[in-house]
Design a protein around this ligand. Sequence first.
Ligand code: GSF
Length: 203
Amino acid sequence: MKLIGSLTSPYVRKVRIVAMEKHIELEFVVDVPWHPDTKVSEFNPLGKVPVLVLDDGATLFDSRVIVEYLDTVTPVSRLIPEGNRQRIAVKRWEALADGITDSAALIFIERAQRAPEHQSHDWIVRQEQSVFRGLEAMSEELGEKKWCTGDLMNLSDIAAGCALGYLDFRFPDIQWREAHPNLAKLADRLNALEPFKETLPKA
Ligand code: GSF
């Protein structure tokens, strides 16, 4: 299987960490969808990464579909529980974490790719509110627990760790660690793991 993605994408990072945790080897092809010579749209009509290309040539996107697929390829280290309520709780955490990333990425694009006079202040504030409310929700739901859901690390923790890692990477000025020490503890625990270390975003 081949994974197409960039070294900065938090969604690609989530997939790479899931594959490493599951001991699934993926050929990693670096392709940045913003570059003029990108081939991403040949594999994903949406032109976004990550894309997983299966051995028979079938393609999977987006990251949530890919991680769900990878989790069922082998029973090693189940990252999405089978019970309906637990499974949905994990998927909900993933939606929350990815949603924070979506809003943060929109702010980054607005600031990095539009001239200051074309940037919308209201749009940026709206996305910032979504990031801050999302962080508050993650913090409240984590409470004093070691992991986001259940007794072992699973996809909810990986998704949360990738969202927090993306904030560290693109928005070092957001003081989420001070505001939410329990999320900081979770991030420290995750960042000490080999798959997180190996996939640190690189500009
Ligand atoms: C988001 C993928 C995405 O926005 C997922 O896979 O979970 N919901 C999707 N990917 C970005 C790169 S990054 O911000 O991670 C992307 O490929 N953008 C290219 C574009 O043209 O929007």
